[in-house]
Write a protein that binds this ligand. Sequence first.
Ligand code: BDR
Ligand code: CA
Length: 313
Amino acid sequence: MGARKIIIDTDPGQDDAVALLLAFASPEELEVLAVTTVAGNVPLELTTRNALTVCELAGRSDVPVHAGCDGPMTGTLKTAEAVHGQTGLDGVELPPPSTAPAPGHAVDILIETLRREPAGTVTLCTLGALTNVATAFARAPDIVERVAEIVVMGGAYFEVGNWSPAAEFNILVDPEAAQIVFRAGRPLTILPLDVTHKALITPDRLAAFGRIDSNVGRAVHGWLGFYERFDMAKYGWEGGPLHDPCVIAYLLKPDLFSGRFINVEVETQSELTRGMTVADWWNVTDRHANATFIGDVDADGFYALLTDRLARL
Ligand code: BDR
Ligand code: CA
């Protein structure tokens, strides 16, 4: 079997950056057709610039980076400079990207790519708000059934919220978009905080990245040291959670993860709980299952995979 074709939709972000690197380090399993950017951790201009920087760091400037939506379908953009710094990729000085975004809006590229590639062969990996994907689905409903699978970092059940008391950041940024994608009817896997909060960047794991003697190793070490400080202070844990690489690791080694096929809906109405992922973990409703909601990860296995693969770049 050849490499699985993926599009990575992202708002880099240090953890997004590490997810991109993990995908680039795994060409035998994953063919990255395009990187599409969305506003989220920082505004769109910066997430796009950061995606270009990461592609260049990995020696993969051949992968097109397409800028997408600069804000959610409804309401105003929420950003997370408190976590990621003013650039979104604080923690290490890298040269400005020498490449430019590829022509074509991310939404158009999603539509064109899904129409061009054989149906059922392209997996969408989302590491940010779901605005680009939902906008593409709304504009071109014919592409929905052509999607092989959607793998999302977002939401939470047992861990509830990290950006409001009830909501995880990626879903909170654009709840309407998340609802469209969750209800699209395609195979959907969700990596929520319940799993990413078990994948902590402990001092030993951070040190292992630092021992990778390359520009990639130094960048990952610098980024994650900066990025985790916010969550370590917030939660009082020995390391910050590494969210987005879980999506790519799930594609590479699904056996590291376990979860349940359940119903997951997004709250869009309530002021108090807007953006909450209402996951029927205990199967207490008749609502049909629409998502594999991951609950657990072999964290040592995940970090071993990540460290091993990043050392290849
Ligand atoms: C998610 O929010 C962003 O800050 C991270 O990049 C990740 O995608 C975690 O809630
Ligand atoms: Ca992200």
